[in-house]
Design a protein around this ligand. Structure first.
Ligand SMILES: *Cc1c(COP(=O)(O)O)cnc(C)c1O
Length: 370
C-alpha cells in the first residue's frame, strides 16, 4: 500500500546524515534531536506543548491517564475505527461507548453523539479516520455544552487542517483538549520504527502527560503519580526531524493521487469515492472507496492477481470484535459501521506514485467491472 523505499531513496542524503549524527553522539535516549523535533513539530502544528513518546497507542494512554478519568466513566468513540483508543479505554477500566459513523466521510457521526451521552460520560475521541478531520465544529460545541474532554486521535491525519466556525484554521490534533499521533513507518509522517506524540494547548495538562510518560516523576526518583515508560528514541526523532519539512509536500502528493482516483471513479456505477468533511483538508493517509452492487473481495483478488495491493480498513467493526463482546453490543447496533466493513477498499497511495502506476491501477479497477 505504501512505498517506503522510494521515499527513503529520495530523502536519503538528509536522513542518513541525521542518523549518522546520532550514532556519533551516542545519545540514544533523550538526545538533542528528540527535543529539537518536538519543538519543530509544535511550531508546525502551532501548538505549544508536544510530548513525544513510544507510539501512537501510548500517546492515547498518556493523555487518558493525565485527564484523571476514573474507572467506570464513559468515553465516546466511533464504531468504525482502528482499535487503539478503544483498547486504551478498556485497559484503564473506562467504558468505550460506541457511536456510528457517517457513511460517506467515514468519521464519527456528530449528530449521533448526543444520544450516547450519559451522566457518566467524560470524553469524546474523534478518530480522524483516513486523513481528514471529523466534524470538529459540531464536536467542540457538544463538548462545551456537556463539559466533555475531546481527545483527537490524529494518527492518520497529521497535516490536515480544519477551519473552525470562527474562521481560524487549526491543525488536526490541536482543536480539542489534547491530540495524539503515530509515527509508525506507514503513517504520513513515519519514522523507521515506532514513535508517537501527544499535543495540547493546555500547559498544565502537557506537564502531566510528560510526567506520566516518564514514570510519573517530575524529579528523578520522586513519583507523583503512577506512570509508564514511553519514549521516542533519538534515532527516530532525528529521522522525523529530517522528514518534517517535507510533510506538507507528502500531503500534496497524496492529494494529487486522490484527485486522479476521484476523477476516474466519480461517476462509476459501482464505486463511491470518499466525500470530504466540510471545513477540513484531507491528508489522504488512505484513499478508501466503497464498492456497491459488486463483490468487494472479488475485486481485491482480481487486483491482487494483477500485482496491485489493496487493503480493507477495517474488516470488522469494534462492537463485533470478540475482545469487546463484554460491552454488550450486538449485530445491527451500528448499521453504517457494519455496512462499511463489507464495502470499503483502500487503494495504493503514497508519495512517490508514478503516473503509469496510477493509470494501471485505475484501468485495472475499471476492467474488473467491464
Ligand atoms: C496507527 C494508529 C494508531 C496507533 O499508532 P501506533 O503507533 O501503531 O501505536 C492509533 N490510532 C489510529 C487511528 C491509527 O491509525
Amino acid at each position: 500500500m505504501v512505498d517506503l523505499r522510494s521515499q527513503y531513496e529520495r530523502l536519503q542524503a538528509d536522513i542518513d546524515q541525521a542518523m549518522q549524527g546520532v550514532l556519533e553522539r551516542t545519545s540514544f535516549i533523550n538526545g538533542e534531536e528528540m527535543k529539537v523535533f518536538a519543538a519543530d513539530l509544535g511550531k508546525y502544528l502551532d501548538c505549544p506543548t508536544v510530548i513525544t513518546c513510544g507510539n501512537g497507542t501510548d500517546a492515547l494512554q498518556l493523555v487518558m491517564m493525565a485527564m484523571d478519568f476514573r474507572p467506570g466513566q464513559e468515553v465516546i468513540v466511533p464504531a468504525f475505527t482502528y482499535i487503539a483508543a478503544v483498547e486504551v479505554l478498556a485497559l484503564l477500566g473506562l467504558r468505550p461507548v460506541l457511536v456510528d459513523v457517517h457513511p460517506e466521510t467515514f468519521q464519527i457521526d456528530a449528530k449521533k453523539i448526543a444520544t450516547a451521552i450519559t451522566a457518566n460520560t467524560v470524553g469524546i475521541v474523534p478518530v480522524h479516520l483516513f486523513g481528514q478531520c471529523a466534524d470538529m465544529g459540531a464536536i467542540m460545541e457538544i463538548s462545551k455544552n456537556h463539559g466533555l474532554k475531546v481527545i483527537e486521535d490524529a494518527a492518520q491525519s497529521l497535516g490536515a487542517v480544519y477551519r473552525m466556525p470562527d474562521g481560524s484554521r487549526k491543525h488536526s490534533g490541536t482543536i480539542g483538549h489534547a491530540g495524539t499521533t503515530s509515527f509508525f513507518p506507514s503513517k504520513t509522517l513515519g519514522c523507521f520504527g515506532d514513535g508517537g506524540a501527544a499535543f495540547t494547548n493546555d500547559p498544565e495538562l502537557g506537564q502531566k502527560i510528560r510526567m506520566i510518560a516518564n514514570h510519573g516523576q517530575r524529579q528523578k526518583y520522586f513519583h507523583e503519580s503512577i506512570g509508564v515508560n514511553s519514549r521516542l528514541d533519538t534515532l527516530q526523532a532525528a529521522i522525523l526531524h529530517a522528514k518534517l519539512p517535507h510533510l506538507d509536500d507528502f500531503v500534496q502528493r497524496r492529494n494529487a493521487v486522490a484527485k486522479a482516483y476521484n476523477q476516474a471513479f466519480a461517476l462509476h456505477p459501482h464505486i463511491r469515492i470518499p466525500q470530504l468533511v466540510p471545513n477540513s483538508t484531507h491528508a489522504y493517509h488512505q484513499y478508501t472507496i466503497r464498492i456497491r452492487g459488486a463483490n468487494r473481495d472479488q475485486l481485491r483478488d482480481f487486483l491482487k492477481n494483477q500485482g496491485i495491493p489493496t487493503m480493507v480498513y477495517y474488516p470488522l467493526p469494534v462492537h463485533l470484535q470478540p475482545a469487546y463482546h463484554y460491552l454488550g453490543y450486538k449485530e445491527g447496533d451500528f448499521p453504517v459501521a457494519e455496512q462499511l466493513c463489507n464495502e470499503v477498499l483502500s487503494l495504493p497511495i503514497h508519495t512517490e506514485m508514478e503516473e503509469d502506476q496510477l493509470d494501471h491501477i485505475i484501468s485495472q479497477v475499471k476492467r474488473f467491472f467491464a
